[in-house]
Design a protein around this ligand. Structure first.
Ligand code: CP
Length: 319
C-alpha cells in the first residue's frame, strides 16, 4: 500500500477504490476505457467473461441500496466471481459484532473483494487498513464522504454523451452538503480537466467554502445552469438533515426544482442526470426525469460496466 494514497500500491496501481479524490487522471481514464469494453459484453447474448473466476466478492451494505448493490452483484456475476450478499439486518452486527470482527470472519471464508456501503464516513478506509494484502476494498458509499463508483459511472455517462471533458460546463444542483455523489463527481470532473464545474443550491445546502474544490458556487438556479452541457440533479437527503436547513421540500422545489421551463436555461442539448433514488416533484419534475434529455436510466446501465471495470482492474493488482 502507498502511504500517501491507500488506494494505490507502490507502483501507483489501483488496489482499493475508496474515493475519486487523489486518483490520477490516467487511472480514471483507464477505468472508463475498460468499462467501454465491458459495455459490449453486456450487449452479448452470453454476458460473461472469466476474469474473476474463482474469486469471492462480498457485498456488505450497512445502508439501503437498490442500484449500487444490484449492479455490483450483476457486475461480479458477469465477471464469473462467486458473490455473497451479507444480509446485515440478520447478521451478527445486530448482536453488536464490530465491523472489523465481521471483516475478519468473512476474510476467514476466503473473501477476495469487499464492496462496502456504510453510514460512517471512512469505514471502507478502516477496512482497507486491516485486510490481508491480496484482499481489495471498494467503497460503495460512506456517509457524506464519497461514492466513487457513482462518480465514475457519471463520468462514463458524460463522456458517452458529450465527449471530451475539457469542453464542458457541468452543473451539480441541490443538496450538495449531504451528497457523497457530488464530492465524487467534483473530484473526478476537475481531475479530468472539466473547466467549468458549478455547484448550485441554497446557501444552507451549498456552502461557499466548496469553492476550495475548484468549483463555482451559485445560489441561483438560473445563473447556475445557464448554458451548461450537463445538469446533475441531486436527491434532497432528508434522512441526513439535522436541524432546519430548509423551510420545506415545496419551497426547495419553488427555487431549485428542475422543471421543463427551467431546463431551457441550459443548452438545448444538455443532458439531465440524477444518481437516484429520485424525489419526483422535489428536486426534479417527473416530466424532466422521464423526458427526452434525461439519461438517468442509461446511468444505471453504465454502472454495471463501470463496476466490472473497477473490480477487474483492482483484482489484477497486488498490494
Ligand atoms: N445511486 C445510488 O447510490 O443508488 P442506491 O442508493 O439505490 O444504491
Amino acid at each position: 500500500m502507498n502511504r500517501r494514497n491507500p488506494q494505490l500500491n507502490r507502483h501507483g496501481e489501483l488496489i482499493h477504490l475508496l474515493s475519486t479524490e487523489g486518483l490520477p487522471r490516467d487511472i480514471l481514464l483507464h477505468i472508463l476505457d475498460t468499462a467501454q469494453q465491458f459495455v459490449s459484453v453486456n450487449d452479448r447474448e452470453v454476458k460473461k467473461v472469466p476474469l474473476l473466476r474463482g474469486k469471492s466478492v462480498f457485498n456488505l451494505f450497512f445502508e439501503n441500496s437498490t442500484r449500487t448493490r444490484t449492479t455490483f452483484e450483476i457486475a461480479a456475476t458477469r465477471l464469473s466471481a462467486d458473490v455473497f450478499n451479507l444480509d446485515i439486518a440478520r447478521s451478527s452486527t445486530a448482536k453488536g459484532e464490530t465491523l472489523l470482527d465481521t471483516i475478519a470472519n468473512l476474510s476467514a471464508m476466503a473473501a477476495d473483494i469487499f464492496v462496502v456501503r456504510h453510514s460512517e464516513s471512512g469505514a471502507p478506509y478502516l477496512i482497507a487498513q486491516h485486510v490481508a494484502p491480496h484482499v481489495h476494498v471498494i467503497n460503495a458509499g460512506d456517509g457524506r464522504h464519497a461514492h466513487p463508483t457513482q462518480g465514475l459511472l457519471d463520468m462514463y455517462t458524460i463522456r458517452h454523451y458529450k465527449g471530451d471533458f475539457r469542453n464542458l460546463s457541468v452543473a451539480i444542483v441541490g443538496d450538495v452538503l449531504h451528497s457523497r455523489v457530488a464530492r465524487s463527481d467534483i473530484h473526478a470532473l476537475t481531475t479530468l480537466g472539466c473547466p467549468d464545474v458549478r455547484v448550485v443550491g441554497p446557501r444552507t445546502l451549498v456552502p461557499s467554502d466548496l469553492a476550495q474544490l475548484g468549483v463555482r458556487v451559485c445560489h441561483s438556479l438560473q445563473e447556475g445552469i445557464r448554458d451548461c452541457d450537463v445538469v446533475i440533479a441531486l436527491r434532497l437527503q432528508n434522512e441526513r438533515m439535522s436541524g432546519a436547513l430548509l423551510p420545506s421540500s415545496q419551497e426547495f422545489h419553488q427555487s431549485f426544482g428542475l422543471t421543463p421551463q427551467r431546463l431551457r436555461w441550459a443548452k438545448p442539448d444538455a443532458i439531465v442526470m440524477h444518481p437516484g433514488p429520485v424525489n419526483r416533484g422535489v428536486e426534479i419534475d417527473s416530466s424532466v426525469v422521464d423526458g427526452a434529455q434525461s439519461v438517468v436510466l442509461p446511468q444505471v446501465t453504465f454502472g454495471i460496466a463501470v463496476r466490472m471495470a473497477v473490480m477487474g482492474i483492482i483484482a489484477g493488482n497486488e498490494a
